[in-house]
Design a protein around this ligand. Structure first.
Ligand code: ZN
Length: 320
């Protein structure tokens, strides 16, 4: 389950709605993949179904069942496996089901995953349902981009936006979730995953960071002492692995920035041959060029192009 700690605003909006007795019939949760939409959707279900005094109490039968994903009145609808679209047929099934009374709860809570993939006809079918909803049904639309929803739908829902954790927040989450990994590995994984905690855990699992670490060392060696060709040869391994490339570049940048601080005795000691090769200014300039490449990698610039530009910039500056 995605951590929601970084989404305090969304959490307090939901709490205020509940405390004011204004839990909406239709809620739209907008945010990128990995931002915690499903987790917040389940929390909404706890608010709606909790049998305790202070909702959600987290300990009553309903709260526990929602938490475990086994509450019969919390129902997930999503595009069928292998399909990219939330079809009108699915909306029709949902509509039929919504008029059947809840199994055991105060109401039924429908989570509609990837609602932004509905075409106009499907959205219009959904609109009819949320315009005059059955009294004991609630709908949570999970969507990556609200601009893909019809204005008529948006006017009928309460919207809450979710954000991805920052890379910093992702690193903090990984400290709890992956205590066995080193600080450097966690930072590389968090950066490589752009803050997406689930993906960062995947990166740590697949041991890519250790490959990235050894590649980052080779790359620094090639940039300082080798040829452009040697540097590009290391980078060529990442043609189809943008996340791995980012992990590697983050480590390279840390290494180069470390050369600057090490020179002042603040970081780890530096080999004599490296001290003789680069000045503090050169190391910082190179770290900056790597930083630019990391940003470009995050912006979907072609991997081979950005690797070539970065190598050329650094080599052109350092010479050799
Ligand atoms: Zn409860």
């Amino acid at each position: 389950m995605t951590d929601l700690l970084h989404n305090q605003r969304a959490l307090s909006t939901l709490r205020n709605l509940s405390q004011g007795g204004r839990l909406p019939h239709a809620l739209l949760l907008e945010g990128p993949e990995g931002s915690g939409k499903k987790t917040l959707g389940r929390l909404f279900a706890q608010y709606a179904l909790c049998q305790g005094e202070e909702k959600p109490c987290g300990i009553c039968g309903a709260c526990c069942k929602v938490e475990k994903g086994v509450h019969p009145d919390v129902i997930l609808y999503q595009p069928a496996q292998g399909r990219k679209e939330f079809t009108i047929d699915l909306v029709r099934q949902l509509r039929q089901d919504a008029y059947i009374a809840p199994n055991e709860g105060f109401c039924k809570v429908y989570l509609l995953d990837k609602a932004h993939t509905m075409n106009t006809a499907a959205q219009n079918a959904l609109l009819k349902l949320i315009e005059e909803p059955p009294a004991d049904a609630r709908f949570v639309l999970l969507c990556e981009n609200r601009s893909m929803m019809l204005p008529t739908i948006l006017s009928r829902v309460t919207s809450i936006s979710l954000e991805l954790p920052t890379v910093e927040e992702c690193v903090q989450a990984l400290e709890k979730l992956a205590p066995q990994a080193s600080e450097t590995q966690r930072q590389a994984a968090a950066a490589g995953a752009g803050g997406n905690v689930g993906r960062a855990l995947g990166l740590l699992d697949s041991a890519k960071p250790s490959k990235a670490a050894s590649d980052a060392r080779q790359l620094q060696e090639a940039l300082l002492f080798g040829s452009r060709y040697q540097a590009l040869k290391v980078l060529a391994g990442y043609d189809r692995d943008r996340e791995g490339l980012i992990s590697c570049l983050v480590l390279l940048k840390e290494g180069l920035a470390g050369l600057a601080s090490g020179r002042f005795g603040a970081g780890s000691p530096i080999e004599e041959r490296i001290l003789n090769r680069v000045t503090v200014g050169q190391a910082l300039y190179a770290a900056d060029a790597v930083d630019k490449a990391i940003v470009r990698a995050g912006q979907n610039v072609g991997v081979s192009l950005l690797c070539a530009c970065m190598t050329e910039e650094i080599k052109g500056f350092l010479g050799g």
